[in-house]
Design a protein around this ligand. Structure first.
Ligand SMILES: [Zn+2]
Length: 335
């Protein structure tokens, strides 16, 4: 029983009504679709009566069924896109090179074509795909601010933001605060060794980010972009790290990597990594100076450093010293 009364044609009066669920059939584009709908009856004469909310409900149920059977993105997902990526309806249309009102119409319930639906689905499901669209077409947007806002939202989803809680950022800040004159190149290599030796001793990775097999050895691309202005110069720690941000990680692995590998220059460490299996495997057939974005898979890194740990009979993190000295001697001879 509803509180609101509606007009019954039979009773010629405003009446109370009851709503029941029922199986219904509706037509869209010449095809019949069965769906679960609702029907309202007058409580006095039992006749079916028109209730606007029930009508809207049925229309939505019919269209939902159509979307489901034709593999068209749902209205809920369409509406979530704006929120998820902090982008307005019109800016999104412009980004996609559609008519300015196209996305707004879909947002209001119009059914997208299959092709447009597939694009929207991909955007909904894959932040990386949206990130590509956003950056390729940012010039379509009228406001720089709209681009920045959406970029920040998608980066957060992709885990790219300098999130306070990201383990890799704690490690970076710690390395920056503990090492003297650390260049971006050396930072990259120390991150890699921390990740590798941490796995060798703990059988798990310290942070989740993947590195890539660049010409100058393993590189974490986001970290590269963060500090690239320093080129081959030391990173200005006083500018990049707030004292309050440094968490004492109190991890013997990190401290040993700093002590026994952090004493070498980035160039020397680059040469170390060039002789190591994970980088070599990811480089494959690439020529020495050829650009590559191949990921050095974490499994490879884990396996290699476990192998090193057993080869050098390492029983505690201090033994990382054995590997560092042996690598240096192999490459530069005894000193
Ligand atoms: Zn009636």
């Amino acid at each position: 029983m509803e509180d609101k009364k509606v007009f019954c044609e039979e009773c010629r009066n405003d009446v109370n009504y009851i709503i029941e669920e029922t199986q219904m059939v509706g037509m869209i584009k010449g095809e019949a679709y069965q769906y679960r709908g609702k029907v309202a009856h007058c409580v006095d004469c039992q006749c079916e009566i028109y209730v606007a909310e029930v009508h809207d409900y049925n229309l939505k149920a019919l269209y939902d069924e159509y979307r489901k059977q034709n593999d068209i993105i749902s209205l809920e997902h369409i509406r979530e896109i704006c929120e998820k990526y902090a982008i307005g309806k019109r800016p999104l249309s412009l980004l996609l090179g559609w008519g300015e009102q196209t996305f707004s119409r879909y947002y209001e319930g119009d059914i997208p074509t299959k092709q447009y639906s597939n694009t929207l689905k991909k955007i909904y499901e894959d932040p990386n795909f949206y990130y590509g669209v956003l950056n390729e077409n940012k010039n379509n947007l009228k406001l720089e601010q709209a681009y920045k806002k959406s970029k920040a939202a998608v980066e957060l989803l992709m885990g790219r933001a300098d999130g306070e809680n990201k383990k890799i950022n704690h490690v970076i800040k710690y390395l920056l605060s503990e090492c003297e004159d650390i260049t971006p190149l050396a930072l990259q290599k120390l991150l890699y060794y921390v990740q590798g030796f941490y796995y060798a001793f703990h059988e798990k990775f310290l942070f989740e980010e993947d590195c890539q097999a660049w010409v100058h050895g393993p590189v974490y691309p986001e970290v590269y972009h963060r500090y690239k202005e320093y080129l081959f110069n030391p990173i200005d720690t006083s500018k990049e790290v707030e004292f309050s941000e440094i968490i004492d990680l109190e991890d013997a692995i990190i401290d040993s990597v700093i002590k026994y590998l952090g004493c070498y220059s980035g160039k020397v460490l680059e040469r170390f990594t060039h002789t190591e299996q994970p980088w070599l495997a990811a480089r494959g057939e690439y020529r020495a100076v050829e650009i590559s974005n191949e990921i050095i898979c974490k499994e490879d890194i884990g396996r290699y450093f476990k192998h090193i740990k057993s080869t050098y009979n390492m029983s505690n993190p201090n033994d990382i010293k054995l590997y560092a000295e042996s690598m240096f001697t192999q490459l530069y001879g005894d000193i």
